[in-house]
Design a protein around this ligand. Sequence first.
Ligand code: NAD
Length: 372
Amino acid sequence: MPVFDSRSFKNHEQVVFCSDPATGLKAIIAVHSSALGPATGGTRFWDYAALHSGAPVDVAETRGEQDAVYDVLRLSRGMSFKNAMAGLRLGGGKSVIIGNPKKLGTPELMHAFGRFVQRLGGVYWAAEDVGTTPAMLQAASETTQFVCGLEGGDFGTGDPSPHTALGVFTGIQAAVTHKLGKTDMKGVTVAVQGVGHVGQYLVEHLLKAGAKVVVTDIVDANIQAVKAMGPVEVVAPAAIHAVDCDVFAPCALGGGLNAKTIPDIKASIIAGAANNQLESEGVEDEVLRKRGVLYAPDYVINAGGIISVESEVYKEPVNEAARTAKVLRIGETLSKIFTASDKEGRPTGIIANEMAENIIRHANEAKLAAAE
Ligand code: NAD
């Protein structure tokens, strides 16, 4: 399996494979860049082999492990870009634990994982991600001090979702101003795909601002929760991307913008919280641009959550005003990307990547110069 030459490995500083047979832990920690600060990004716990369940067990495991390597590299590079674009003192990293979290996610396994994180001495900081729960991260924090996004304590920053939602809301406002020339949200129709943690806070902001809101979810309790907030229209999950609206806000899972869905999209703006919305960077965002759809790069618009935990890594008490101000800057960053995309006739995703790479390169150069 090519690693060093693969597109996702590009410029990674360090990748660590971790194994603890006693607890069944198989994990990979990837540090893409520590130029801006400690590489910080979530720990994903995922049964990669299950995606190949039709194949013989050993083949499924091998393919699953390849997927895990690809995933962790892609995600850690994404964290470098996200943290750089959010103006944080954080580098980019990510970790994956391979297996079914419901079967394997014991406190003992998380202790073993924590010991590997601790060994890296603070180069990498772990946080919650798909498949890990606050209780799992709490267990890991018993063997490592390098975990963030915890509740309580002197520096705990708690649930990042409200901050992510505020960032997405301010990003939607920036996109509406840029694309529709409107400086308020009155009468703007927004279709929200997925009203979980982030989606519900987002709907609250939208209703307060006078937007018309259309929602979907596969969990009825979540639909009921947003219905209790005010007038929302509900559509079937399969119909949400095709709703006749101004803004489509994917807030469920990634990969939703692809060759199958894009032709149905009627919104002129796509701006939502979900990670990895594009099936392939530089492909779907270019298709969208050519169709006249303004795409807000996901890792820029959904950075509110990581912004909210930065102080924890630096052991600083939470400064609510400073944190909110940083989240609100997401709108300004997006406006710069939108303007550059229009001027250069290139997709927003590629423009954002290049801006992030420049920030990281300058930080590396400054570090080298300081060391001389
Ligand atoms: P969540 O699991 O609380 O919410 C996701 C919602 O989407 C759930 O209500 C789920 O039922 C629904 N859903 C799943 N599949 C669906 C489908 N096919 N159609 C419609 N609804 C569907 O997750 P969250 O924390 O709200 O995060 C939402 C997205 O934003 C995720 O992609 C996440 O990675 C990303 N994100 C979240 C944060 C954060 O602070 N929570 C930060 C950055 C990015």
